[in-house]
Design a protein around this ligand. Structure first.
Ligand SMILES: [Zn+2]
Length: 110
């Protein structure tokens, strides 16, 4: 025999591949979804209501179901799964109208 004998104990040969039994739980990966409750950008369903927003203060986001994706940080409407930009603008318009109305009433009553 000759150098062929070394085939039997080749240190560079990869060991037989063994797939350890994975628990069924591991199969439940984050599935990309769309629609209510899913982030419109990355499809994650993990989100939470921010405690404070620049546009809505401490309550605005709760009124219009605005949540923030915990994966990519996108803000969206948890009820529709779509961007909440229009609702935010509407919310601000309403707040502006109320504030303006109060100022107006104060100005008139003087
Ligand atoms: Zn996202």
């Amino acid at each position: 025999m000759g150098p062929d004998d070394s085939n039997r104990s080749n240190p560079y040969a990869s060991p037989p591949t063994v797939f350890p039994d994975r628990p069924a739980v591991a199969q439940v990966v984050e599935e990309r979804g769309s629609g209510p409750g899913f982030c419109p950008k990355c499809g994650s369903d993990k989100h939470k209501t921010p405690s404070f927003t620049l546009w809505g203060g401490a309550i605005g986001q709760r009124i219009i179901s605005h949540v923030k994706c915990q994966k990519c940080g996108t803000g969206f409407n948890s009820k529709t799964g779509e961007s909440n930009l229009r609702n935010i603008i509407l919310y601000q318009a309403v707040i502006f109208a109320i504030v303006f109305g109060i100022y107006f009433l104060i100005a008139v009553s003087r």
